[in-house]
Design a protein around this ligand. Structure first.
Ligand code: SAM
Length: 281
């Protein structure tokens, strides 16, 4: 896959993709990331890329011409000028925007199936809307808050997509078992004859994880995790996935893939008196 990022702050990305899984994915040729400086496509002495908004109001807007030139330099035509084979190509032009569709794991999975992803980073009040009309395939928001630029969102999208590319995650960190992962019925029930101690998340949050020491600050790891009974561990983890999701993201339950046993567990969790936590209202 190729990921291309257009930004007025190319130095922002120095080092950001040089770590862990993303660095390895590049080294192994699974993804190539390139950063393009929008100011290279401005032609005045000051390399101006922004201007005042029509209609008045606060702030500045990224001008359309440098963005159109930057896209042309990447071989990307406006949508009406694309030949049918280009229109059907496996490329998406994505605008990072607080007004975009929420970026989710299913969307990350869809983007991971592309050959090429072009990410346009806004700044100031945003990008002239005609760039969206002419070139944009998708507007993406990484959350309901406003950041000062599209660079962090572009890095977030790139990271989430890269780790889903085939062969990028090792077996032990399979994306099926983490938050928002695949439903249980889509996953093998045992590993080399040993029952799996993990549960496909089916759109729920992940369960809590623990490592050594078994005692820390007076807290002992849940006993079930050290007794070696894979089926019991699996059942406990499912219960804790449901508990976390109920506590932190009850909205996910409506679309989660739940079994009859899950529903019964949920009913008993709902009946428990919830423990108060620091930020609970
Ligand atoms: N005027 C815009 C609004 O109210 O929606 C906010 C512009 S913001 C200060 C500047 C740039 O940051 C945006 O063009 C976008 O590229 C990026 N940005 C800010 N928040 C974002 C978010 N939640 N998701 C994705 N991009 C965001």
């Amino acid at each position: 896959m190729r990921i291309e990022i257009v930004t007025i702050f190319p130095a922002f990305f120095t080092g950001i993709f040089d770590h862990g899984i993303v660095r390895r994915a590049q080294a192994e040729g699974k993804v190539a990331i390139s950063i393009h400086d929008l100011r290279n496509f401005a032609h005045d002495r000051h390399r101006t890329v922004d201007d005042r908004p029509f209609g008045g109001g606060e702030g500045m807007v990224l001008k359309p011409e440098p963005l159109a030139e930057a896209l042309a330099s990447l071989g990307i035509l406006p949508k009406p000028d694309r030949l049918p084979e280009q229109a059907a190509s496996n490329t998406q032009i994505v605008l990072l925007s607080a007004q975009g569709r929420p970026f989710t794991q299913p969307l990350a999975r869809q983007l991971a199936s592309l050959d090429r992803l072009v990410l346009l980073c806004g700044r100031y009040e945003g990008i002239d809307e005609r760039i969206n009309d002419l070139y944009g395939d998708l507007e993406l928001s990484i959350g309901d808050y406003v950041l000062s630029g599209g660079e962090l969102p572009a890095a977030v999208v790139a990271d989430a997509v890269i780790r889903l590319l085939p062969g990028v995650l090792g077996n032990q960190a399979s994306s099926e078992f983490e938050s928002f992962g695949a439903p249980d019925h889509a996953i093998d029930t045992d590993v080399d004859g040993v029952p799996r101690s993990q549960h496909g998340s089916g759109g729920l949050l992940d369960y809590p994880h623990y490592t050594r020491p078994a005692d820390f600050a007076g807290l002992r790891v849940p006993e079930v995790l050290v007794n070696g009974d894979h089926l019991q561990i699996r059942r406990w983890r499912r219960q804790e996935q449901l508990r976390k999701t109920l506590r932190n993201r009850p909205d996910l339950l409506a679309s989660a893939v739940l079994s009859e046993e899950d529903r019964q567990l949920l009913d008993s969790l709902r009946a428990e008196t919830p423990k108060r936590r620091n930020f609970d209202p």
